[in-house]
Design a protein around this ligand. Structure first.
Ligand code: PLP
Length: 309
């Protein structure tokens, strides 16, 4: 078969390989960011789905807008407001997980050979996604305080990278979080550059200790950037629901890209999730996930101390 040239630049899916191992029941894999299924709100989602079908079945099964279900976009904007980030529902596009968000941002922004800055080590799903668009990667070392901002400054000055992809909170795979000073300096450098910050934040709310920090976007003084979010780690990944928060100029392009790809994210999933969020104590649910994982972390650390050489 005559495959597209882009397929030569992409490795076999690392993530598929990781997920394959997780299907073995005797394996507890720490390689992927797989949530613990004990944390999934099965009963709450079942009740929301049953009610949604009973009350709005036909609408729930119909096509809907590319931007996504407006009440869900409003809910996300209000949650950002509570964290001190001023975002309107028009700046939110609902996607099939943040992974699709990454893909449509890359598709809208990248031509063959465009420069992309990545943290080192970086998130495999992003490397795979950007490889599809034949990005030219440069990497920035992570320190205990987050990305090396001097290296970021040099990289922004040396080339003309189009994107900097960063996971500033509980980075995958390192677990490192940028300190407030690193967030501020990253924002300052990015705001004065024409390189677009693509900030991925699926884990920000799963903090075990210390003070919650807002996304880097909060320090950008209104300069354009992209912030990706996800319901995968705080509700359930099988719903495939996430979002892109982007300024109007880019949003227009993202909507076009998404329309060409899948028309819109499933109406059913969006409406069921919204009903679940409205009817349940979401903060309490997230607190219970934090406590479950915090306990697991403690047991793991103990076991490493006791059993590892
Ligand atoms: C940093 C990062 N971004 C994106 C994703 C994908 O998340 P989603 O399920 O929202 O597509 C993951 C999943 O593990 C991740 O760790």
């Amino acid at each position: 078969m005559r495959f597209a040239g882009r397929m030569n630049t992409v490795h076999r899916s690392y993530i598929r390989e990781i997920l394959k191992v997780t299907a073995r029941p005797e394996v507890i894999s720490f390689a992927g960011g797989l949530p613990n299924p004990d944390s999934f709100p099965v009963a709450g989602l079942a009740a929301a789905a049953a009610e949604e079908m009973k009350e709005c079945g036909a609408q729930t099964l119909q096509y809907s807008t590319t931007e996504g279900y407006l009440p869900l976009r409003r809910w996300i904007a209000e949650r950002y407001a509570a964290q001190g980030l001023s975002v309107t529902p028009d700046e939110i596009l609902i996607t099939g997980g943040s992974q699709q968000g990454l893909d449509i941002v890359a598709k809208a922004m990248l031509d063959d050979g465009d420069g992309v800055l990545l943290e080192r080590p970086g998130y495999l799903g992003a490397i795979q996604c950007f490889s599809m668009y034949r990005a030219a990667f440069s990497t920035l070392e992570l320190t205990a305080d987050g990305v090396d901002t001097q290296a970021l400054d040099r990289a922004l000055q040396a080339g003309s990278p189009k994107l900097f992809y960063a996971v500033p909170s509980f980075q995958n795979p390192s677990g490192i979080s940028y300190t407030e000073a690193t967030r501020r300096e990253t924002a300052r450098l990015m705001a004065q550059s024409d390189c677009l910050l693509v900030e991925d934040n699926p884990y920000g709310e799963l903090r075990f200790k210390g003070q919650a920090l807002p996304p880097v976007k909060a320090y950008m003084n209104g300069a354009p950037s992209v912030l990706l979010g996800s319901f995968s780690k705080v509700v359930a990944p099988g719903l495939r629901l996430g979002w892109v928060c982007a300024p109007a100029e880019l949003m227009d392009k993202l909507v076009t890209v998404k329309q060409a790809s899948d028309l819109h994210t499933p109406t059913f999933n969006q409406r069921v999730l919204y009903r679940f969020l409205e009817q349940n104590d979401v903060d309490g649910h997230i607190a219970s996930i934090r406590s479950l994982y915090g306990r697991h972390r403690d047991v793991m650390v103990e076991a490493i101390r006791e059993h590892f050489p």
